[in-house]
Design a protein around this ligand. Structure first.
Ligand code: SF4
Length: 459
């Protein structure tokens, strides 16, 4: 068993039996469900909106090369710089070069899954560059030295009491502070950081090809502050974030906010077309967009599975997933968790090491049902399972087990062989470990239905 799988199993078990965690997450999920129902009311025909969004994203992914070049040529027209990074190492190297060139010692950072994907924070720390998270959820997690729990609501697993305790322990604030008091405290702390930071670092929700721009959606205004004050803005963005046109935001912004948080529209939606222009009062002097591949081309090459790149990162599939709700986002051991994370992580980081995520699903299909860009999520999970078998990544025991199972299932006489006692013994041999010690293994009935039926007919 690989170390990654071992950690996944043990972390999942801890979370599954943590009653406090279950209570917090259940409360937050109920709130989320209610809000999404309200958010959907703004669409006169939500199914049509989803179909259109799926069409646009599929078109973008099928023509990724064309749209990325279009984005680049339009973005550089206004003085922006585009850097293509093949992998995490290149993206970090390029980011550090920009940071060193600007002689920067600190940067303010908005929420960005891509920067977590490439372990940017760790690289900055090694280079003595202070990186301050400015999204409230991420700021809390930075204090707790934890990774994001959820792509949209990173600290959804924490109760207000957990957060107050964290601030009390680390910042010395009163233990009975409510969320408003804590938010005001963080806002005050961050003001100073914004004005002193040399660099603003962000991700992006969309890359807009026809105007060469980066679109960022957020609820706290921290994204705007992080990119308006510092002299240099670096946006690190996955290549799949491309959409053809500015007018597509008319559909994607409300869809993203509805399925992400249940809002009609997220509070702050900004479009950045490059560095400050002569007639503009504020903004960075330099703006860089680092276009990150890091395994996305590998996924793009798989015709049946490339639709996973259409993901707009709303997090809805995670929010409704029974497995995710049970084991928690951090147990996945990958930047992208939940159903979509289980699909893309094996392609981005290696099927051998992360194939188990594609098995961590009940295949109930709820993820596919909610996805605003109609990604066939549970089918893609099955295709990953198929790939892992075709690539011979399953254990010999698994192979033997399924070989015998298939043989038995194809012939009644073989199926009946051995009797219930022997079958229960074999089930115990094969499944006891993975079934765990907290529940009883299912038992084969003493008499098969086939046998009962025969006896009844004869009788
Ligand atoms: S796969 Fe669909 S539901 Fe899941 S995060 Fe992406 S867009 Fe949202």
């Amino acid at each position: 068993m690989s170390k990654t799988l071992e950690t996944f199993l043990s972390d999942s078990e801890i979370k599954t039996f943590d009653a406090n965690y279950r209570k917090t997450i259940e409360h937050n999920v109920v709130q989320y469900d209610k809000k999404v129902i309200e958010g959907k009311e703004q669409f006169s025909n939500i199914e049509l909106a989803k179909k259109r969004a799926a069409y646009i994203k599929n078109k973008s992914i099928e023509n990724l090369d064309k749209y990325l070049i279009e984005f680049e040529s339009n973005f550089i027209k206004r003085g922006g710089k585009v850097i293509w990074a093949q992998d995490a190492e290149e993206a970090i190297k390029e980011s550090l070069e920009i940071i060193h060139k600007a002689q920067a010692k600190s940067l303010v950072k908005t929420k960005s899954m891509v920067s977590e994907e490439i372990f940017l924070k760790e690289a900055l720390k090694k280079n003595d560059i202070e990186a301050i998270e400015t999204d409230l959820g991420e700021y809390i997690l930075q204090l707790r030295n934890e990774h994001s729990y959820h792509s949209v609501t990173p600290a959804i697993h924490l109760s207000k009491e957990d957060v107050a305790k964290t601030f009390n322990e680390i910042k010395g604030t009163p233990l009975d502070w409510d969320p408003q008091q804590i938010t005001a405290f963080v806002r005050h702390e961050l003001r100073e950081k914004y004005s002193k930071a040399d660099i603003g670092l962000s991700g992006a929700n969309f890359l807009i090809a026809d105007i060469g721009a980066v679109a960022i959606t957020e609820n706290e205004g921290n994204g705007m502050m992080s990119t308006a004050f510092p002299k240099v803005h670096i946006a690190i963005v996955g290549i799949e974030k491309i959409i053809p046109s500015l007018s597509d935001l008319d559909l994607f912004w409300p869809l993203l906010s509805t399925y992400g948080t249940g809002q009609s529209l997220t509070a702050y939606n900004s479009i950045y077309t490059g560095p400050k222009q002569q007639e503009e009062a504020d903004g960075p002097n330099e703006m860089y967009v680092i276009l990150l591949d890091n395994g996305r081309s590998r996924l793009l090459a798989k015709v049946e599975q490339r639709q996973a790149l259409s993901c707009i990162g709303c997090g809805a599939c995670s929010s409704v997933c029974p497995v995710y709700q049970t084991i928690g986002g951090q147990s996945y051991g990958s930047t992208y968790s939940g159903p979509i994370g289980s699909i893309i992580t094996p392609h981005l980081k290696g099927m051998d090491e992360f194939k188990h995520l594609s098995y961590a699903s009940t295949l109930c299909g709820k993820c596919t049902e909610v996805c605003p860009v109609k990604i066939d999520i549970h089918k893609l999970l099955l295709l990953n399972r198929r790939d892992s078998i075709q690539e011979k990544l399953v254990t010999k025991t698994d192979n033997w087990m399924w070989h015998f199972w298939k043989k038995a299932m194809l012939k009644r006489s073989k199926m009946d062989k051995g009797g219930a006692k022997w079958k229960n013994f074999m089930i115990k041999q094969f499944f006891k470990k993975s079934w765990g010690s907290r529940r009883d293994l299912p038992q084969i009935a003493p008499k098969a239905f086939n046998q009962i039926w025969k006896e009844r007919k004869e009788g």
